[in-house]
Design a protein around this ligand. Structure first.
Ligand SMILES: [Zn+2]
Length: 275
């Protein structure tokens, strides 16, 4: 499943071919993804120029000159590919855009948990999927003080608290484990027991694991695009995620990285250095 770094690198890759370009065609090959695609999507976007793009949580917002915004979420398996439009389409290529720069962008989604919607640019913050989102982990508003305030009455495990989109957005299962390891905080700790200093370490660890992953995407891929034109996905190096039983780089803990289940998802951690 794409996490925030994949969405960010997909966005940066798309920006290279979409900014200041006009859509010459918008082909919608099925009526729905997770939700029905907007009935007027083709009519709204065709012949319109893209002026800017941004990410909010794991949503990509593509802003057009006429004041409309295309909202895209990759869901569980959404992938975007840039090519020159010559190759035949693949199974699950559901939405296809062509630009006046000669490029084709395909949205492929085998499991169809992704979504697209159209919203007036001035009203994006009020969109039903965006209006209740918490602060951006890489934004200025995410500080030790804000995290501390948001979690001080929460008696759930800290790992579940930082994955709560009302606390901070875009910290998925993988980066929650990685950040808690970086901060030396046990994922099972009750969120309300973290002090200001631990919140400071955690904010810094969340920002650093996400930034490192985004930089890795940028340095591994040329302009964030793989050689086959696919965007956003790249090889990660995790400290704990998926490393159950392997040696821990921070210490010589017996048995190595531990794996437990929290909220139905796997958590990886070091039982010695994370307290
Ligand atoms: Zn260890």
């Amino acid at each position: 499943m794409p996490e925030l770094p994949e969405v960010e690198t997909t966005l940066r890759g798309l920006e290279k071919v979409l900014l200041n370009r006009t859509l010459l065609s918008v082909e919608i090959r099925r009526k729905d993804l997770r939700f029905p695609l907007p009935a007027d999507m083709h009519k709204t976007l065709i012949h319109q120029r893209i002026t800017s793009m941004e990410r909010r949580a794991k949503y990509m917002l593509v802003h057009f000159a006429h004041g409309q915004t295309l909202l895209i979420h990759l869901g569980m398996s959404g992938r975007m590919t840039i090519d020159d439009g010559v190759e035949p389409l693949a199974p699950h290529d559901h939405v296809i855009f062509k630009t006046d720069g000669g490029q084709r962008i395909r949205y492929n989604d085998a499991r169809r948990f992704g979504m697209m919607d159209i919203v007036a640019t001035a009203k994006t913050a009020q969109h039903k999927l965006l209006k209740n989102l918490g602060v951006e982990p890489l934004g200025h508003a995410f500080t030790a003080a804000t995290l501390h305030t948001k979690i001080q009455n929460k008696k759930i495990a800290i790992k579940l608290a930082i994955m709560d989109q009302a606390v901070v957005v875009g910290v998925g299962n993988i980066y929650a484990s990685e950040a808690l390891y970086g901060a030396g905080i046990n994922p099972m700790r009750s969120a309300n027991t973290l002090n200001q200093n631990e919140c400071k370490k955690l904010v810094s660890a969340i920002q650093s694991v996400l930034k490192r992953a985004i930089e890795k995407g940028g340095s591994t891929l040329r302009d964030y695009v793989q050689s086959d034109g696919e965007l956003g996905y790249f090889q990660h190096e995790f400290a704990v995620y998926g490393r159950s039983g392997l040696p821990c780089k921070n210490c010589t803990c017996e048995g190595g990285i531990q794996k437990i289940t929290q909220g139905g998802r796997s958590t990886f951690f070091c039982a010695v250095t994370q307290v």
